[in-house]
Design a protein around this ligand. Structure first.
Ligand SMILES: Cc1ncc(COP(=O)(O)O)c(C=O)c1O
Length: 367
């Protein structure tokens, strides 16, 4: 009888406990030195001049768009194949999401479809490419379209901590990068948290004000802003985790390589692709199969946890669809959602576990 296989694994160690204890003993829970230290370390890690800690990845996207000047009525280009939180900030700002289809190989935003949709738009203002599953979007081609139409580029890097595109890290490839530290992410703050990365001092200053009630350094509320701050405890835990990130990403890549090698001969399975000019960080290892629901059931029966990211295209969720004029033209996304399956993936997954998942998939197709 084989063991069950978990989808993910949440890391904890004594060093994290020590960091938390240090903050608790200090009595500084907000606006203290840990957030600043985490911001500096994260900016350094991404290769940007600034990083601004916020309360979640969703806040990071929302505040980046706002700080970049997106206004009600503007058109903001988003992939249709992503998590809801890439799109909800656009709608919260009163802007209009324009849905772009994906590259059939990497599932990231298709720059040709982007170019077409930008040309047809009335008020193009920003684009939010998502480095989905940990594979960077085609930032050169997207950047060219953005430059031609004066679009702000906000990278949704919530699944791509440490990923590189032509040698540069996610978060340093556009006007700003938005990161999530939700517990299942490649690095977490042991709770909710987020970060904005940027080289632009004005955008960083604006984001810092907006996250703290729109307040400037003189204590005046010069913007209408809410409270989107990151707490000291979370920052301290993020700082500790960041030290492990490169090693954990290496482990994820090694696990992905083993999966792909093992699944190579299973005709029904399309394994994920990593283009030569990127370093994928495999936040998720997502295969494409013709009978997703059946395969998921076989794996579940064998005690193997899987996921679907995402079962419904973003524009089909009621909160989005009821705010749209017309149906977005994204035929590839509609097909993809029924065929994708995320296999167990985390830095501590063992070869035995991967082999067990692959053997179950082989048996499923040998029936
Ligand atoms: C692609 C993407 N965008 C945005 C988010 C939102 O991040 P958070 O859950 O920290 O608000 C997530 C993570 O959940 C995500 O995966």
């Amino acid at each position: 009888m084989s063991e069950s296989v978990d989808f993910t694994d949440i890391y904890a160690d004594e060093a994290m406990v020590d960091r938390a204890t240090e903050v608790i003993r200090s009595g500084r829970y907000v606006k203290g030195p840990m957030v600043e230290r985490f911001e500096e370390a994260f900016a350094d890690f991404c290769g940007t001049d600034h990083a601004v800690g916020v309360a979640s990845g969703t806040d990071a996207i929302y505040l980046s768009l706002k700080a970049a000047g997106v206004e009600p009525g503007d058109d903001v280009f988003v992939p249709a194949h992503t998590f809801f939180a890439t799109v909800s900030p656009v709608l919260e700002l009163g802007a209009t999401p324009v849905f772009v289809d994906h590259d059939p190989e990497t599932y990231t935003m298709d720059p040709d479809d982007l170019a077409e949709k930008v040309s047809a738009a009335d008020d193009p203002a920003a684009v939010v490419p998502v480095h989905i599953y940990g594979h960077p979007a085609e930032m050169d081609a997207i950047g060219d379209v953005a430059a031609d139409h004066d679009l702000a580029v906000i990278e949704d890097s919530c699944q791509a901590h440490g990923a590189t595109y032509r040698g540069d890290r996610a978060g340093s490839l556009g006007d700003a990068g938005a990161f999530s530290f939700y517990p299942s992410k490649n690095v977490t703050v042991a709770g909710d948290g987020g970060m904005i990365t940027t080289d632009a001092p004005d955008l960083a200053r604006e984001a810092r004000m907006l996250r703290n009630h729109g307040r400037n350094d003189d204590g005046e509320h010069v913007r209408l802003g809410l409270n989107h701050r990151l707490g000291e405890l979370h920052a301290a835990l993020g700082l500790e985790q960041l030290d492990h990130l490169d090693e954990w990403n290496e482990n994820r890549r090694a696990a992905a390589e083993r999966y792909t090698e093992r699944l190579r001969d299973v005709d029904q399975v399309d394994p994920p692709v990593a283009r030569d000019h990127v370093e994928h960080v495999f936040h998720l290892y997502v295969i494409r199969v013709p009978d997703r629901d059946d395969l998921q059931e076989s794996l579940e029966t064998a005690g193997i946890d899987t996921g679907v990211h995402y079962p419904v295209p973003t524009h089909e969720h009621p909160a989005v669809s009821e705010r749209l004029d017309g149906t977005p033209q994204v035929p590839r996304t509609e097909e993809l959602t029924d065929e994708i399956l995320s296999l167990p993936m985390h830095p501590r997954i063992t070869d035995t576990e991967i082999d067990q998942v692959c053997a179950t998939i082989e048996r499923h197709y040998d029936r």
